[in-house]
Design a protein around this ligand. Structure first.
Ligand code: DGL
Length: 296
């Protein structure tokens, strides 16, 4: 693979556009960061593929981004983070971070009473991998309830993030969420676009206030009709990633080499189709999206 003339950067990878929710939050904190983002839209969705296939796809993407001057790779995909991150960390010299570890640590720190339930919403494969259960357990969380929500990704990718179909999907997935749930984790990077309907569904089911923890602070998304003193926290994966990026830059003294604001957005299938969906995930204007070939 030829070395291309690109400034040192922080690379993001997702099966498609969902990881732009993480990319956007990192850029909100560091607007001049050099970044490249690769969405593997030719092979999305990953959430219902096998471990071997997801790991192969993620390895190819890593190799590709490493050849383009990446100093750190963020796997901004819940599925690839759950299934492939550990193997990639063994295979590559490039520092690689997925969303699972920091996210679970952060959630455990929110949970004063470790016997309360943490709910994990993710793709089929994320849930099947048990990765979040393991990592939450390692952080002292005793009860984890995980639910695969396969309709969420196609809904968001169709630009449908509110209305009766979304409400019905949320109620269908959350109807049996345990009464003692304290934190709900959005373990898929597509799901932050559904925070409001998810919060409303949680309130319908449990009658509690729902607070969204975002990098812009805490937002009350829905006031509880029954209980306002024991809120449920709805959390997404960006906050720990943003904090990790900050530490990474400071501890490696990268402040001066990563701040030219160069942004590259790459995909593996039609850039037009990528862009038309990307607008549902980020309000940051994208540079011209480029289609690339990453298969080895
Ligand atoms: N971005 C993926 C994730 O976070 C969801 C889409 C897919 O299934 O590939 O798990």
């Amino acid at each position: 693979m030829t070395k291309i003339n690109i400034l040192p950067n922080i690379a993001f990878f997702d099966s498609s556009q969902g990881g732009l929710t993480v990319w956007e939050n990192v850029l909100k904190r560091f607007p001049n960061l050099n970044t490249q983002y690769l969405g593997d839209n030719a092979r999305c969705p990953y959430g219902n593929k096998s471990q071997e296939t997801i790991t192969r796809y993620a390895s190819e993407a890593t190799l590709y981004l490493a050849s383009r001057n990446a100093l750190l790779l963020i796997i901004a995909c819940g599925t690839a983070s759950s299934v492939a991150a550990k193997e990639l960390q063994h295979l590559f010299k490039l520092p690689i971070i997925g969303i699972v570890e920091g996210f679970c640590k952060f959630v455990a720190s929110l949970l004063q009473d470790k016997t309360r339930t943490v709910a994990v919403l993710g793709t089929k494969f994320t849930v099947r991998s048990n990765r979040f259960n393991e990592e939450l357990g390692a952080n002292g969380v005793e009860k984890v309830w995980a639910r695969a929500c396969p309709l969420f990704v196609p809904l968001v990718e169709e630009g449908i993030s509110q209305g009766p179909m979304v409400d019905a999907a949320c109620d269908m997935y959350l109807w049996d969420i345990p009464e003692d749930t304290k934190v709900v984790m959005l373990a898929c990077t597509h799901y932050p676009r559904l925070t409001l309907p998810i919060a409303e569904s949680l309130e319908r089911r449990l009658g509690k206030t729902v607070i969204y923890k975002s990098i812009d602070g805490d937002w009350v998304l829905k006031l509880g009709s029954k209980e306002q003193n024991d809120p449920i926290y709805l959390v997404e994966s960006s906050l720990p990633i943003v904090n990790f990026v900050e530490q990474f830059i400071v501890s490696n003294q990268y402040e001066n080499i990563l701040n030219h604001g160069e942004k590259q957005v790459l995909c593996t299938d039609s850039p037009e189709q990528f862009e038309s969906i990307a607008r549902f995930f980020t309000s940051i204007p994208l540079p011209k999206v480029e289609a690339v070939e990453i298969q080895t």
